[in-house]
Design a protein around this ligand. Structure first.
Ligand SMILES: [Zn+2]
Length: 180
């Protein structure tokens, strides 16, 4: 299978990381990234177009263990992706020292937003990334809203970060259906 890579400029990656995980994080934070997908022989690459770090008023709830983006912010992000003819990537952080993996409430959110976005954005892939202190995990829905694939890596000009792959593994093992 082709590897799926998200390409971000180093400057944006640094700003994104600082936004999601500041030095003393008190709550989960979120951002949307707008990207364009390109398929090559051995890689599906998503190239950075723009981003939007979400502020307090874009979040319905954000605590140290839970985050919910307002419907208004989601609608705004989808509209912008539509105008840019881009794919949408949702990013959020998890605090604590556990390896990066989506939670049952994240999966519940995907069941709503992924089919909606694939429809609104004319079948362009939807991506989700969760960032923890020790790394990240990511999923890509390209074929269908019910068949996620692993986002293999995030690449900047100078660095490559590989995903933990834990979320897809637990989904394949059916954990997510058992826990939601
Ligand atoms: Zn989460």
């Amino acid at each position: 299978m082709n590897r799926i890579i998200l390409h971000l400029p180093s400057s944006i990656f640094d700003l994104l990381r600082k936004h999601l995980l500041p030095e003393t994080p008190v709550a989960e934070e979120a951002a949307f990234i707008f990207v364009r997908g390109e398929s090559e022989t051995e890689e599906v690459g998503f190239q950075f177009v723009d981003w939007w770090p979400l502020g307090a008023h874009d979040l319905e709830t954000n605590t140290a263990w839970y985050l919910e983006v307002t419907d208004e912010a989601k609608a705004k992000a989808i509209k912008r992706a539509h105008n840019l003819e881009a794919s949408l990537v949702e990013f959020h952080s998890h605090l604590g020292k556990w390896p990066a993996q989506f939670s049952p409430s994240d999966w519940a959110g995907f069941r709503e937003i992924v089919p909606h976005c694939l429809w609104r954005l004319k079948g362009r892939p939807y991506l989700a990334v969760v960032v923890a202190q020790s790394g990240f995990d990511g999923l890509v829905w390209a074929k269908s809203a019910f068949e996620p694939q692993r986002l293999d890596a995030i690449k900047t000009e100078t660095q490559v970060f590989y995903s933990t792959g834990l979320s897809l593994r637990s989904w394949e093992e059916g954990d997510n259906e058992r826990t939601v």
